[in-house]
Design a protein around this ligand. Structure first.
Ligand code: FAD
Length: 293
């Protein structure tokens, strides 16, 4: 099996990728997640990412799952890693585990301080760029996060873009965006990023809204704007769970087809361990995936 790092895959083709997370109940649930990953693998993604639990929890699951994806399913994996809760020793330990398991891609992040987190946050790594700089002593392909609507802590998109450029300078070879529902934010981000010289591929992150609860989740997680016409439809179908789901999948398909038509380098689906979501969206895009990925 010949593996290519994510930047190498992006040089050759459009990527389809899925985001997953380690089991919340710890490693007891790992078999269930492995069964989920087996199903996701059948959809032929170019890579699968594994989040690093908020506050550094589930870090063990992170490497084990990334390893299962790479070494058992033969699919490129990318481990997320957050500097906020980590010390230099923590990062060295995780990197050693990643190396041992032949995992070559890291999405280097700061993370957010959980409300109940008691230790000092960002003691060693104030920003994702500090983590990227530290990781430069290892040979990993690094990716970074970016924000079509601007990061919540940034005063302006312009400020945020300056830091995005720093991420590229510190080694990020590609970016994955925060979830968005209005593609115009993505196009603006790409256009402004190119103007200031950011050259790396910017992969749009898409997450279908499949239930009223998922709207709340997105609100809490990142507060992405939902366009008024979509909001009106979501409200209209709110009491019909089946139709609501159908709307969520179809809206994501519409977003993806528009993004591809305008040159997006790939699609990152925030499937969040939900096989149905992955199947429904990719199933509706069967011919598109055959022709355009
Ligand atoms: P940073 O790049 O440090 O940015 C945070 C803020 O600081 C921004 O406003 C930025 O403009 C500003 N900034 C950046 N650099 C500097 C600087 N040098 N000086 C001054 N200001 C600066 N969280 C998790 O806990 N686990 C995950 O697995 C995870 N996966 C994610 C995957 C993706 C694709 C995305 C988009 C987000 C993910 N997150 C995850 C959430 C992420 O940790 C938060 O969005 C966090 O608030 C910012 O992380 P960052 O890496 O972008 O931080």
């Amino acid at each position: 099996m010949i593996f290519m790092r994510i930047d190498e895959i992006l040089n050759k083709k459009r990527t389809l990728s899925f985001e997953t997370f380690p089991p919340k109940k710890g490693l007891d649930d790992i078999d269930k997640l492995k069964a989920t990953l087996d199903e996701l693998a059948k959809l032929n993604p170019d890579f699968i990412s594994v989040t690093y639990g908020a506050g550094g929890t589930n870090s063990k699951g992170n490497v084990e799952i990334a390893s299962y994806i790479k070494n058992h399913l033969n699919i490129e994996s990318i481990a997320h890693l957050t500097g906020g809760p980590s010390s230099y020793e923590d990062i060295d330990r995780v990197c050693a585990e990643l190396k041992k398991n032949n995992i070559e891609n890291i999405l280097a992040l700061r993370g957010d301080k959980p409300i109940d987190y008691e230790s000092e946050y960002c003691k060693y790594f104030k920003h994702a760029t500090d983590l990227m700089e530290y990781l430069s002593k290892y040979d990993f392909t690094l990716g970074g996060a970016c924000y079509p609507e601007g990061h919540i802590e940034s005063d302006s998109l312009k400020d945020d873009l300056v830091h995005m450029k720093e991420k590229e300078e510190k080694g990020a070879k590609f970016f994955i965006t925060q979830i968005f529902y209005d593609n115009e934010y993505y196009y603006r981000l790409v256009s402004e990023a190119r103007k200031i010289g950011i050259k790396s591929p910017i992969i749009p992150g898409i997450m279908p809204l499949t239930s009223p609860k998922s709207i709340q989740r997105v609100k809490q997680m990142c507060g992405s704007t939902i366009p008024l016409n979509y909001k009106n439809m979501l409200e209209f179908y709110m009491d019909n769970p089946k139709v609501f789901k159908e709307l969520g999948y179809n809206y994501s398909v519409y977003q993806i087809m528009d993004l591809l038509a305008k040159g997006a380098p790939g699609i990152h689906l925030y499937v969040m361990n939900n096989v149905e979501t992955a199947k429904e969206v990719t199933g509706r895009l069967e011919n598109v995936i055959k022709e355009y990925f």
